[in-house]
Design a protein around this ligand. Structure first.
Ligand code: TYD
Length: 150
């Protein structure tokens, strides 16, 4: 799919399993409309949605990986960075368009930072909330990530 913002596409290396998805956009004098369908624009069946808002300047969310969970991030308002570590390299993607989503597969350490004032981050998720799916220890993540590619 064509990326509307080449600077965003540059952030993801060709070998990355993360990807940016341009969502349908209906510009209208009354205001723009964008939508996302699970298993179509979002590359998994959506089982949960949650959102981050009222994030004070300088705060960081995330800082962990998931063993099974896949996620899809959209900056509904404002902007923020998603730092993604696949166990070998870290990529930083700035999300700032409400018609661009970022897909992050399981076993990627993610950290959300540099939230702008009034940023709203929508996250569509492939499973219901499961605390046991979290990988919160970075060394454990590195060990799991390296064993999963062997
Ligand atoms: P957490 O995923 O740890 O947030 P972050 O990674 O940004 O620090 O979630 C914070 C709390 O919110 C956690 O204690 C449990 C709760 N929570 C739910 O109950 N359901 C959910 O879907 C999510 C994402 C979090």
């Amino acid at each position: 799919m064509t990326n509307p913002d080449p600077s965003l596409a540059d952030a993801l290396s060709s070998g990355s399993r993360c990807r940016l998805v341009e969502l349908p956009k209906f510009p209208d004098p009354r205001g723009s409309l964008t939508f996302a369908e699970g298993a179509r624009h979002v590359p998994f069946v959506v089982r949960r949605a949650y959102w981050l808002y009222d994030v004070p300047g300088g705060q960081i969310r995330g800082g962990h990986a998931y063993a099974r969970l896949e996620e899809f991030f959209v900056a509904l308002s404002g902007s923020f960075d998603v730092a993604i570590d696949d166990g070998t390299a870290t990529t930083r993607v700035n999300l700032r368009r409400s018609y661009v989503g970022l897909y992050v597969p399981a076993m990627h350490w993610r950290q959300l930072e540099k939230f702008s004032t009034n940023a709203v981050c929508l996250i569509l998720a492939s499973t219901k909330y499961d605390e046991h799916d979290y990988v919160r220890d970075y060394d454990n993540f590195r060990a799991l990530a390296s064993s999963s590619v062997e």
